[in-house]
Design a binder for this molecule. Structure first.
Ligand code: CS2
Length: 503
């Protein structure tokens, strides 16, 4: 399809539906959910579960979507959705090339945190809001290297002093303040990010935010948060890569609508959460969500095996010149080494939730990673490693070392991360995409103080703030990381992978 032909296809909006099997979803009556973080993950996960739930039972569960991307325009997602009556297409991409599409149609309204902070606070504070959910990624929680609220962050400081908020914590705290003032009913804060104990984590960061407010504001708000706010833990899972022009063209070609903001996603999805909702929730169980008291085992399994292996494939894949995760896992040497790490290094540190045997989960993961239709970029998964590695690798590493095992592939993964993060070109000049990381400057500066690749890896291990003390102070582990850093530098990634596989 030429660009002119593409422009001639009707734009996705309510009047354009139904078309080619895409149905017009019913307009939900009320916006009971304010969602922070309008990225692809939310749009392919919670929005889809909510749309499915609404097909079974009515409810006031429309979503006000808040873009939390900082900075000025362009904001393609919110602008595209606004131009399309809040609609967008989810493209489910199967391994064999088959494509299915649906339009969730659950978003009522879009707001931008950076510029419309007061409106977002008003939405969170509204009587009708029952759930405030979040997919703001690890960095959206504004914690520092010690894991606590970063009181040195200029945004956090300004918001504590009364400035219009735009961070997730600031928006929520001010929204709760409004609820307290107006006597609004209780509310649930639902974190859907890849953080261990994400609900409890959100709660403690919120408590820290409230504790740092001026005395006159602090007490009542803390009492309100204690009495009227729940923060269930959840495990979320669906691979939903970044949208490309190919996805836009596919939507036009296969479904006859021009959508500037479709979301590509894999067929698999899973959502496990604690059933602790203070003011009701959509009947997500109709869409396959699992409710359980203890989400911990599911979180550990998913964060360590899926996300942990993803990060290994990303850094080692970048070094091998692979642009996407499927290419990385298809690379026999690399795929084999990562599979070994999943089965032999990570799995022994993971509890198996009921009905989810680890070995089967690994089989499924290898199949999901190998889906070539996703085109999931190694540079995308490799971005923000400074925040992801502590969640994904630190636990398995620390527990293996405590049990007397030195996980060699994870050590190689760490050396690979150091190499990627300290590279001059952030991988953009190699046509592999840019690896973004807010800590790049700090880590590169730190590395510049050491000599040689092994010295740099040792220093980043010791002082980079990425792993636990138990891991950073483990001599044999540090020696293994340094050895791999040296092999990567002198003999290349193939030799390093062979060395990791051999011993
Ligand atoms: C990925 C995740 O980008 C990343 O870091 O590991 O986004 C992953 O695709 C999701 O967690 C899958 O549920």
């Amino acid at each position: 399809m030429t660009a002119a032909q593409h422009r001639a296809v009707p734009r996705l909006n309510r009047p354009a539906l139904p078309v080619a099997g895409l149905k017009l979803p019913p307009l939900t009556p009320e916006s009971g959910i304010v969602h922070l973080g309008l990225g692809n993950f939310h749009r392919a996960h919670q929005a889809v579960y909510t749309a499915d739930a609404l097909r079974h039972t009515d409810g006031p569960w429309g979503i006000t979507g808040v873009s939390t991307t900082p900075g000025a325009r362009p904001r393609p997602v919110i602008e595209g959705m606004t131009a399309q009556d809040g609609l967008y297409t989810v493209l489910t991409l199967h391994r064999d090339g088959a494509v299915a599409a649906s339009v969730p149609g659950v978003h009522h309204k879009g707001l931008v945190a950076d510029g419309q902070g007061a409106d977002v606070v008003a939405a969170i504070g509204a009587d009708t809001t029952r759930i405030v959910s979040l997919t703001v990624t690890e960095k959206g929680y504004t914690f520092g290297a010690d894991g606590r609220l970063d009181l040195d962050d200029p945004l956090v400081r300004a918001e504590l002093a009364g400035g219009t908020p735009r961070t997730a914590l600031g928006l929520i705290a001010r929204g709760l303040q409004q609820r307290l003032r107006t006597g609004a009913p209780p509310v649930t804060l639902l974190s859907c990010d890849n953080l261990m104990d994400n609900g409890a984590r959100l709660r403690s960061l919120l408590d820290e935010f409230i504790a740092a407010l001026p005395a006159a504001e602090r007490e009542d708000l803390q009492a309100y948060a204690d009495a009227s706010v729940s923060t269930p833990n959840s495990m979320v899972d669906r691979i939903a890569p970044a949208t490309t022009d190919e996805h836009r063209a596919l939507t036009a070609r296969a479904f006859g609508v021009r959508d500037t903001v479709p979301v590509p996603a894999e067929p698999y999805k899973l959502w496990v959460m604690q059933d602790d909702f203070r003011a009701g929730r959509p009947a997500w169980e109709h869409a396959g969500a699992v409710f359980t008291k203890d989400v911990g085992p599911y979180e550990l399994m998913k964060l360590r095996l899926l996300n942990g292996a993803h990060s290994l494939l990303a850094y080692l894949g970048l070094l091998r010149g692979h642009r996407s995760i499927d290419q990385a896992v298809d690379d026999e040497l690399l795929g084999g080494v990562v599979e070994f790490a999943m089965r032999e290094e990570i799995l022994p540190t993971v509890p198996e939730p009921d009905g989810m045997p680890g070995a089967t989960y690994i089989d499924e993961l290898l199949d999901r990673f190998a889906n070539p239709a996703l085109g999931h970029r190694t540079a995308q998964v490799g971005s923000d490693g400074s925040l992801k590695i502590p969640v994904r690798w630190a636990g398995p590493l620390t527990e293996s070392l405590a049990a007397g095992r030195v996980p060699r592939v994870l050590a190689l993964g760490f050396a690979a991360y150091v190499r990627v993060i300290t590279a001059d070109d952030a991988y953009d000049e190699r046509n592999l995409g840019t690896v973004h990381d807010g800590a790049r400057g700090r880590l590169t500066e730190l590395a510049s103080r050491a000599n040689g690749p092994d010295g740099k890896a040792r220093l980043l291990l010791a002082e980079g703030g990425l792993l636990t003390q138990e891991a950073t102070q483990h001599e044999e582990f540090a020696n293994t990381v340094a050895e791999f850093a040296r092999i990567l530098d002198t003999h290349g990634v193939e030799a390093a992978l062979r060395a990791a596989a051999r011993d």
